[in-house]
Write a protein that binds this ligand. Structure first.
Ligand code: SF4
Length: 266
């Protein structure tokens, strides 16, 4: 079954053309074969919750394995590549097709930590799907099919992973790619605000600011360096953004509002 299009700008062909021309001359990863396998945590239908496409029905392909250990990680079950199930790319595409939605997000863990994920993205795009890739900025985004839209998750100091992230990825983003920053504290907010202003990020991309949600509070409080700091509230973050007249989007993880915290498969 060929996926039905989503109406509106989401299927804007000129956007695809721009993405394709942006990618001209870039070295693309070999898309590999249907028999290449990926370590898979889960596949399910949900509501996209953390981008400008929040609200659209979406297939989430959660790949296993991540080099990072963020203090607020809400998918610890997907961080170890060895616990995932090895599934051929052709089978993943079949499972996506069986869920009958035109939008697919590759997430994790860190989806790009497995080279074959780039081939999976290209297969899905060739089959007519719109593809989002949410990456935690721990590995290079080079070689990704330019028709895919990236959501690059920049790591704050309180995540514990700020120093290890791949800053060079910022220069590889296409204009339609988006940036997400999860914030644990006022000092995280100030760090993120100064970063987006100094690098003019909001003039180049949509930038999302999210408060670290309560699903991870206990882990945050288990982290000695963070225990003395109170978790920020959604309202505080909204008011800081307004006070600074910052051109970022407040992102409240829509799927958590619908299904609550700590549940898999939503
Ligand atoms: S990058 Fe994502 S999956 Fe990896 S540890 Fe951080 S929050 Fe968890």
């Amino acid at each position: 079954m060929h996926p039905a299009p989503i109406p509106g700008n989401f299927t804007n062909r000129s956007e695809e053309s721009r993405a394709a021309s942006w990618g001209a001359g870039l070295k693309m990863a070999d898309p590999g074969s249907d028999h290449d396998t990926l370590s898979l945590s889960e596949i399910y239908a949900s509501i996209q919750g953390e981008s400008t496409l929040a609200g659209w029905p979406c297939v989430l392909v959660r790949l296993a394995g991540c080099p990072f250990r963020c203090a607020y990680c809400d998918t610890p079950e997907a961080r170890d590549e060895r616990v995932g199930q090895r599934v051929p790319i052709g089978e993943i595409v079949r499972r996506v097709r069986s869920l009958g939605l035109p939008l697919v997000e590759l997430t994790g863990g860190e989806p790009l930590a497995q080279d074959a994920a780039r081939g999976l993205a290209t297969r899905l795009l060739d089959a007519g799907y719109r593809v989002l890739i949410e990456s935690g900025n721990s590995v290079s985004i080079e070689g990704i099919d330019p028709r895919a839209r990236l959501i690059l998750d920049l790591k704050t100091p309180d995540s514990g992973m700020s120093e290890q992230q791949r800053w060079e990825n910022l220069a590889l983003l296409k204009p339609e790619d988006e940036i997400k920053i999860v914030l644990c504290s006022r000092s995280d907010y100030e760090w993120a605000r100064d970063l987006v202003l100094q690098r003019n990020l909001t003039e180049q991309h949509v930038v999302h600011f999210s408060p670290a949600e309560a699903t991870v509070t206990s882990r945050l409080e288990d982290t000695p360096s963070l225990a003395r700091r109170r978790r920020i509230t959604r309202r505080e973050l909204a008011e800081w953004i307004l006070a600074d007249r910052l051109a970022v989007r407040l992102n409240l993880q829509l799927h958590l509002w619908i299904w609550g915290r700590g549940r898999r498969g939503v």
